[in-house]
Design a protein around this ligand. Structure first.
Ligand SMILES: [Zn+2]
Length: 413
């Protein structure tokens, strides 16, 4: 049995260390304060008895739990990130523990009247009777993804203390800067040396994800011509009007606010316009690779059409791929998803398999040669003051890790 108080203490020891990342920084980790938790994690991994504990110049941490069986077993890995989102402050996190949650409103901060309510966040009702960890309403919590770290370390500790559970070699990886999209960038897949891995970075209990968006960014520059407005007839070209033509030529319903599930979109997230120049910034998203490529072509064709209409190059469109759907890399090794699903079922957890409407570090790692589905870490309402995590979910995720290790080591045939 896992010790609940021990897990609570461990989790709180992580979230009370500020590790917000910073997209404006070029260094890795992007903020020096991430070292504070990274160094602590290294010491803790050593203290629980992990082998080959390393931390590199960029604060990527790796460690090994050696196999305790004689036969050949694939090496598997578990990965989480220790930075928190720069979207909301992670300084001076003061976690509150609500035992035996009664399903009613939780007052996070009486002074500022900040309430965590199941009227708005229905998911809370899934956790009636459980122990919730919340914020005090003034910071994020950092369950994303310190819950994942807590689960991985707790699972390794449990396996070390219970040698009767048979498992192969297990690799652990903790990364900086996931929240600014750089968690996988400097991850040394070869050094990690696992056949496959799981990121522990999902939300609700049971989540298991191996599909995500294909993603690209597009910058559309429209050139105009400024002339004195009083003498502009036949001379002025107003780039903002041309930009508007471009915007209105893309399907209005294929936008984030009108799509869900497997529906892709064009998302215009920025306009900077003057007569002389207007710059539009888009992201393009689609789970289906064919549809994704078609969306990019639509933008290129529209650019060409408008240029033809004006008989000169008034628009240039630059499109850059950002990441791809990991499904392409995971489907050929589908047993790695099956094992995780089976582990959940054996523990009485209902697997919730769905496509991510975003990306994960696992999608990048999958394309770097490490197939890497994502498993729930238990938290909700990431990146803000309403973030919370049920301790029971952390414990379940810990059990899932142990069970995956066990199932992977079962000798076939
Ligand atoms: Zn995360």
């Amino acid at each position: 049995m896992l010790n609940k108080q021990h897990i609570i203490n461990r989790f709180i020891s992580y979230v009370t260390i500020d590790t917000a990342s910073d997209p404006k920084s070029d260094t890795t980790p992007s903020t020096a304060k991430q070292w504070d938790l990274a160094n602590k994690l290294v010491e803790e991994l050593k203290a629980i008895g992990m082998q080959d504990v390393t931390i590199d110049d960029n604060a990527y941490i790796m460690a090994t739990l050696p196999s305790n069986v004689n036969h050949e077993v694939p090496t598997i890995g578990f990965i989480s990130h220790f930075d928190t989102s720069p979207d909301f402050t992670g300084a001076n996190v003061k976690p509150q523990i609500i035992e035996n949650y009664n399903g009613k409103d939780i007052v996070l901060n009486a002074d500022e009247d900040i309430i965590l309510s199941p009227d708005y966040f229905e998911d809370l009702l899934l956790y009636k009777g459980q122990t919730l960890i919340t914020t005090d309403g003034t910071t994020l919590l950092g369950a994303d993804d310190k819950a994942g770290i807590c689960e991985i370390i707790s699972a390794m500790e449990y396996l070390i203390n219970h040698p009767e559970i048979k498992h192969g070699t297990i690799r652990v990886g903790f990364t900086p800067d996931e929240e600014i999209g750089r968690g996988a960038h400097k991850f040394d897949v070869k050094k990690f040396g696992a056949d496959w891995a799981y990121t522990m970075d999902g939300s609700q209990v049971g989540e298991l994800e191996y599909e995500n968006f294909n993603a690209a960014g597009a910058v559309v520059k429209v050139k105009g011509k400024i002339v004195h407005p009083g003498y502009a007839k036949g001379k002025m070209v107003n780039s903002m009007y041309i930009a508007t033509e471009f915007i209105n030529s893309l399907p209005r319903m294929e936008t984030p606010e009108h799509t869900e599930g497997y529906e892709g979109f064009f998302h215009l997230y920025s306009i900077h316009g003057e007569v002389e120049e207007t710059v539009l910034e888009y992201i393009i998203r689609d789970h289906d690779r064919g549809h994704f490529e078609a969306r990019k072509e639509v933008m290129v064709k529209l650019t060409n059409d408008i240029n033809e209409q004006y008989e000169r190059e008034v628009i240039t469109t630059e499109i850059k791929d950002q990441y791809f759907n990991m499904k392409e890399k995971v489907e050929p090794v589908m047993h790695i998803v099956d094992i995780a699903e089976e582990a959940m079922k054996q523990l009485g957890i209902k697997p919730l398999i769905k496509a991510i409407r975003g990306g994960t570090d696992g999608s990048q790692l999958s394309y770097m040669g490490l197939p890497c589905p994502n498993i729930f870490a238990g938290g909700h309402n990431f990146h803000g003051r309403y973030e919370y995590v049920p301790v029971e979910s952390i414990m379940k995720a810990t059990e899932v890790i142990c069970k995956i290790a066990e199932l992977t080591a079962i000798k076939k045939g």
